[in-house]
Design a protein around this ligand. Structure first.
Ligand code: ATP
Ligand code: MG
Length: 399
């Protein structure tokens, strides 16, 4: 892997794009955790969404092992110049973006401006999924179950509008459990006002206030796109509707540092360490519930137009019915700790296969030329079938 270093040569003419042929020139675009100083006023979990260097190295290794040339590019002000100089055939995008109200859509907007294909969801879906309120409005509109909610834009604008306590308060545009601990559960109007005031001040964005879901928590990861999968690299992975659902992961926060909440602290522990939640995959649930969770996942993703890969978080409500909390259109891809990689591993899918499958789904969707012969040429994993393993359980849950 090489790293793109900016020369600030904004006046350079971009080279003309070369014809697509193996190996591909891939730009791996991300924001690195250790490259930002958030300043003294930032919340302690600022930047948690950004990626670790080891994630970039693992992704690059998976793509290089598949035969491609990979250049890491930072998703900052050097990105336009990097794209013009490198002219990648495709971008592997995990960029969180910087600032603004739709940061996860910034890099995709640039790729579209330059007509560069890229992996995972497009501009609109990334902007919507980052904003949990807008996502919930869309889900409600298409009749999908999600807790009733209000959005509070300032400490003066707090009104529970008759929602049923306890309520749950979270920043509208963050992830990785930022701003979320047991204090997020509020039991009366006074606690609600205090929590919203703190959140709006600390995270400089509106607070989403929703009814608390007390039941079991699940996350459903998938790869795929609607459509018959015959021309995909590993067509056998997909159902006829074009999707491959990984086994459902149950998160048992009851054994974690923050029982009842899978927040930032709980997410920071290594799997299996004291204080970490229990991770159970595949979880033991009736077929009817499994089918309902995957059906809600597909509908939730299609409602916002997600592409290639996503992870949907759900919990059971007081009546035991599943309800949608959020969709992650750029799910974490750290091989050791990210939920999507955990569920793929539970199924027996090697990490390089997960990563290259996301790449080729994006390539197929955007009409890049390739055929089955090419697959046979590109690397040791190219034709590997997934090896199913038995159920695996981490942590204390289920013991
Ligand atoms: N309405 C709710 N009722 C009960 N628990 C909730 C609710 N909303 C969020 N939570 C809890 O807070 C956790 C984090 O919430 P959410 O998934 O919306 O945030 P996130 O920070 O975007 O997560 P991720 O790390 O998956 O990006 C959930 O996993 C769940 O445990
Ligand atoms: Mg979540």
């Amino acid at each position: 892997m090489r790293t793109y270093e900016s020369t600030r040569a904004h006046n350079k003419k971009p080279p003309s794009p070369s014809r697509l042929r193996a190996p591909w020139r891939i730009a791996l675009v991300a924001n690195l955790k250790d490259e930002f100083d958030w300043g003294p006023d930032a919340p302690s979990d600022a930047g948690s969404e950004f990626d670790r260097r080891e994630t970039i190295e693992s992704l690059a290794a998976a793509l290089e092992e598949d035969g491609h040339w990979v250049t890491f590019c930072r998703a900052d002000e050097t990105l336009p110049e990097a794209m013009l100089n490198l002219r990648p055939q495709i971008v592997f995008n995990i960029a969180e973006g910087l600032g603004g109200d739709a940061r996860e859509a910034q890099a995709p907007a640039l790729f579209e401006l330059l007509s560069i294909p890229y992996t995972a969801s497009r501009v609109l879906a990334n902007a919507i999924s980052l904003d949990k309120t807008q996502t919930k409005r869309i889900w409600q509109q298409v009749g999908l179950p999600t807790p009733r909610f209000v959005e509070a834009r300032s400490a003066q604008d707090v009104d529970d509008r008759g929602l049923k306590y306890p309520l749950f308060v979270k920043p509208v545009r963050e992830g990785t459990g930022m701003g979320i601990d047991q204090g997020a559960i509020v039991h009366d109007a006074r606690q609600l006002a205090e929590r919203v005031a703190w959140m709006v001040e600390a995270y400089k964005q509106p607070a989403l206030v929703e009814e608390y879901l007390p039941g079991r928590e699940f996350t459903v990861g998938y790869i795929g796109n609607p459509g018959f999968p015959a021309r995909r690299r590993r067509p056998w992975l997909y159902d006829n509707d074009g999707y491959h659902y990984f086994p459902i992961l149950e998160i048992d926060s009851g054994v974690s540092v923050s029982p009842g909440v899978y927040g930032h602290a709980a997410k920071s522990y290594d799997i299996g360490a004291p204080g970490a939640p229990g991770y159970i995959c595949p979880t033991d649930i009736p077929d009817s519930l499994r089918l309902r969770l995957t059906e809600l996942t597909r509908k939730a993703a299609e409602a916002i137009g997600a592409c290639d890969v996503s992870r949907v978080d759900l919990r059971l409500d007081a009546d035991g019915e599943p309800s949608l909390m959020e969709i992650n259109t750029l799910p974490g891809l750290n091989p050791a700790v990210s939920d999507l990689c955990i569920v793929a591993a539970a199924e027996g899918m090697p990490y390089p296969d997960l990563i290259t499958e996301i790449l080729y789904l994006a390539a197929e969707r955007q009409g890049l030329l390739f055929d089955s012969l090419r697959y046979a040429e590109v690397g040791p994993h190219a034709l590997a079938q997934p090896v199913p393993r038995g159920p695996i359980t981490w942590g204390l849950a289920g013991e």
